[in-house]
Design a protein around this ligand. Structure first.
Ligand code: ADP
Ligand code: MG
Length: 312
C-alpha cells in the first residue's frame, strides 16, 4: 500500500470512530489470526449492577453497604462503580430518613461515605483499605484467601450459586471474617455475539481472557459463542496469554478496556482499546474504538485487509 492509501485508511477509520496510531498497526491488522477479548467492560457492557446482597452476620444491610461503598469509592473498576451505585440507591430509596437531600446528585453520597485510609486497588483481586481501624477487603476468593481468611461453606455455596448464573460474587471481609457477599451481573454488549460470529466467518479465532472466576467466565463465554476461555488470569498473565498465542508466529489482537489489560494490549501485535476504557489502556493500544462498539473490531480488520488488498 502506498503512504496515501494508509493515510486514506486512517482517515476512513477516524470517520468511523476507529483511531489508528500508525501505519504499522494498520498493516498488521490484516493478518490477525486470534482476537483475545477481555470480558468485563469489553464483551460486557461494563455496566455491572448489583443483583444480590447477603449479609452473613447481624450487621444491618444499610450499614454493610455503607462500608462496602466507602471501600469501593476510590476504585475505577466497573464492579466498584456498581457497588457504589447500588449503595447510593439503597441509601436514598430504602432509607429515605437517612438524608433530607435529593438523590439526583452523585456528590450527595460522598458525605454518607466513611473515611478510608491505606486504600489499595489490587488488580485482578479487588480493593483493600482501613475503615474505623478495621481492615476491609472487597473482592474475589483470591483476595480473601491470600489474606488468610477462610471462606465458610455457606458463603462458598452462595458464591457458586451466583457464578453459575453468570454473575460475579464479591466477597466482603472485615478483619478476619467474611461479613457478606454481593452478586453482580454485567450484561453482554448487544453486538457481542454477532461480532464473534463475524470473526469466525472471517477465519479469525476469538478467545476470552478474564480475571474473573472460571464458572462465571464459562457461563459468559457460552452466551457469546466463544469456545476458548482463559479465566482467573492476573493482569501480568494476560500478556502471557498473548505471548502463548504468538508462539507459532500468529498475529494476535487484544481488545480491552482496563488498566489490567494494558500489558496485554502492549504485548499484542494489534492492541485495541475500548474508547470508554481507562487512559492507560488507550495509551497502550494501537487502535482506539471510540464508539465502544465491538463491530469496530471487524471494521478494523476489514479496513486493513482492504488497504493492503490481500487476495484471500
Ligand atoms: P476482567 O479481566 O474481567 O476485566 P479484572 O481483572 O478487572 O477482570 O478483575 C478480576 C476479578 O477481580 C473480578 O472479577 C473481581 O472478582 C475482582 N475485582 C477486581 N477489582 C475489584 C473491585 N474493585 N471490587 C471487587 N472485585 C474486584
Ligand atoms: Mg475489563
Amino acid at each position: 500500500a502506498t503512504p496515501t492509501a494508509v493515510m486514506v485508511a486512517t482517515g476512513v477509520g477516524a470517520n468511523n470512530g476507529v483511531l489508528i496510531k500508525g501505519g504499522d498497526a494498520l498493516e498488521r491488522a490484516q493478518k490477525i489470526k486470534y482476537v483475545i477479548f477481555d470480558k468485563t467492560g469489553t464483551l460486557t457492557q461494563g455496566k455491572a449492577s448489583v443483583t444480590d446482597a447477603r449479609v452473613f452476620t447481624g450487621m444491618g444491610r444499610g450499614e454493610f453497604l455503607r462500608w462496602v461503598a466507602s471501600a469501593e469509592a476510590s476504585s475505577e473498576h466497573p464492579l466498584a462503580k456498581a457497588v457504589v451505585e447500588y449503595a447510593r440507591h439503597f441509601h436514598f430509596f430504602d432509607e429515605p430518613s437517612a438524608t433530607s437531600q435529593t438523590p439526583s446528585k452523585e456528590s450527595t453520597v460522598s458525605g454518607w461515605l466513611l473515611d478510608v485510609s491505606d486504600f489499595s486497588a489490587l488488580p485482578g483481586r479487588g480493593v483493600k483499605c482501613f475503615i474505623d481501624g478495621k481492615q476491609v477487603l472487597v473482592g474475589n476468593r483470591k483476595l480473601v484467601t491470600e489474606s488468610g481468611i477462610a471462606i465458610p461453606d455457606q458463603v462458598e455455596n452462595f458464591v457458586v450459586e451466583l457464578e453459575e448464573s453468570a454473575k460475579t460474587g464479591v466477597l466482603v471481609a472485615f478483619d478476619d471474617d467474611i461479613i457478606g457477599v454481593l452478586g453482580i451481573a454485567d450484561p453482554l454488549k448487544r453486538e457481542a455475539a454477532v461480532v464473534i460470529e463475524g470473526l469466525l466467518k472471517m477465519g479469525v479465532k476469538p478467545v476470552m481472557v478474564t480475571g474473573d472466576n472460571w464458572r462465571t467466565a464459562r457461563a459468559v463465554a457460552m452466551e457469546v459463542g466463544i469456545q476458548d476461555v482463559r479465566a482467573e488470569v492476573m493482569p501480568a498473565g494476560k500478556a502471557e496469554v498473548i505471548h502463548s498465542f504468538q508462539k507459532d508466529g500468529s498475529i494476535v489482537a487484544m481488545v480491552g478496556d482496563g488498566i489490567n489489560d494494558s500489558p496485554a494490549l502492549a504485548a499484542a501485535d494489534v492492541g485495541m482499546a475500548i474508547g470508554a476504557g481507562t487512559d492507560i489502556a488507550i495509551e497502550a493500544a494501537d487502535y482506539v474504538l471510540m464508539r465502544n462498539n465491538l463491530e469496530d473490531v471487524i471494521t478494523a480488520v476489514d479496513l486493513s485487509r482492504k488497504t493492503f488488498s490481500r487476495i484471500r
